[in-house]
Design a binder for this molecule. Structure first.
Ligand code: A3P
Length: 345
């Protein structure tokens, strides 16, 4: 009898213990997944199954504190109406520079609860065919967001395309412009590496970087080579300055974004007049990737795709020296105009 009572007691204690541990685990997960600093909006669990009127809700992907259905990027028209969701034109655009770290910057800014990213490069202002479709077409390409949030898109081709500054100015003359730059020679090699990978994928042969970057007739830097031209940042910026005052640009140090992202992101938060919300908690170094990755909450984290962070081919040191010497005066001018100095050689 006594033995039976003891067994019953043990069973009850086991059930109670499991319940306590379960509740504790739930609470830890819940607190971690909430936006600890600023609740975004009162989202409840009323959403039904996917309907025929379902539309993409990319805006809310991976946002802290949002329901799983939303994070998956799906919502019905009813949900959009219920939460006053809108498709807003971007208040800030990452206009370049290609291979500067534009994707990392966009993804990292998207950690901020008041920022919503357009996932794809839209190429509205640099592509004549898209531009001809009109501004409503562009707006419809934007993700859904709450009215208090700001939408950001990135299309690095904007920085180097002749017509773009005027077109963006016509859309919104006070839009904020972000430019992420890296040491110009490294950026040019990164640019080359991307093209090279594309060629290799198609089983095509390609020239060595040295052959493209140096004109074989003059032995001087080949300014006709696009990867070189793109790295002459000041030349492109000067075209933009015909439309926008320098205060409307913010320069991000792409080399520092790799090694020490938080201070760079904090400068951007300030520039965009956003309250500081991105913290060290949101960024963790992944030794396997060799880069910082993103932590949205206790459950959701992600690293950038493998196409970011390619191994660069080895380049002849004399070519590197020549390129650095070539870029030097342009860099000085760039520092002078932007008021941001880098330790580029
Ligand atoms: P490499 O591939 O030369 O290393 P973009 O997004 O503009 O194409 O830029 C790609 C570059 O972003 C990569 O260049 C990589 O170095 C850089 N980058 C910066 N932060 C990164 C991160 N957290 N994860 C992966 N790549 C990052």
């Amino acid at each position: 009898m006594l033995f039976k009572q003891q067994a019953l007691l043990r069973q009850k204690l086991f059930v109670l213990g499991s319940l306590a541990i379960g509740s504790l685990l739930y609470l830890v997960a819940r607190v971690g997944s909430l936006d600890r600093l600023q609740p975004l909006c009162p989202i409840d669990g009323r959403f039904g199954p996917r309907g025929q009127d379902e539309i993409q809700l990319r805006a809310l992907q991976f946002k802290r504190g949002l329901l799983h259905e939303f994070r998956k990027g799906n919502a019905t028209k009813e949900q959009i109406r219920l939460h006053n969701l809108v498709q807003q034109l971007p208040k800030a655009i990452i206009i370049g520079v290609r291979k500067g770290g534009t994707r990392a910057l966009l993804e990292m800014l998207n950690l901020h609860p008041a920022v919503v990213k357009a996932s794809q490069e839209i190429h509205f202002f640099d592509n004549d065919e898209n531009y001809a479709k009109g501004i409503e077409w562009y707006r419809k390409k934007m993700p859904f967001s709450y009215p208090h949030q700001i939408t950001i898109e990135k299309s690095p081709a904007y920085f180097i395309t002749e017509e773009v500054p005027e077109r963006i100015y016509k859309m919104n003359s006070s839009v904020k412009l972000l430019i992420i730059v890296r040491e110009p020679t490294t950026r040019a090699i990164s640019d080359y590496t991307q093209v090279l990978e594309g060629k290799e994928r198609k089983n095509k042969t390609y020239y060595k970087f040295e052959k493209l970057a140096i004109d074989p007739n003059t032995c001087e830097v080949n300014t006709k080579y696009k990867a070189v031209r793109t790295s002459i940042y000041t030349k492109h910026l000067e075209r933009w300055l015909k439309y926008f005052p320098v205060e409307q640009f913010h320069i991000v140090d792409g080399d520092r974004l790799i090694t020490e992202p938080l201070p760079e992101l904090q400068l951007v938060e300030k520039f965009l007049n956003l309250p500081p919300r991105i913290s060290q908690y949101n960024l963790y170094f992944n030794a396997t990737r060799g880069f910082y990755c993103l932590r949205f909450n206790i459950v959701f984290n992600k690293c950038l795709a493998g196409s970011k962070g390619r191994i660069h081919p080895e380049v002849d040191t004399s070519v590197i020296t020549k390129l650095r010497k070539f870029f030097h005066p342009f860099n000085q001018k760039f520092y002078q105009i932007t008021g941001r100095t880098f330790n580029w050689p």
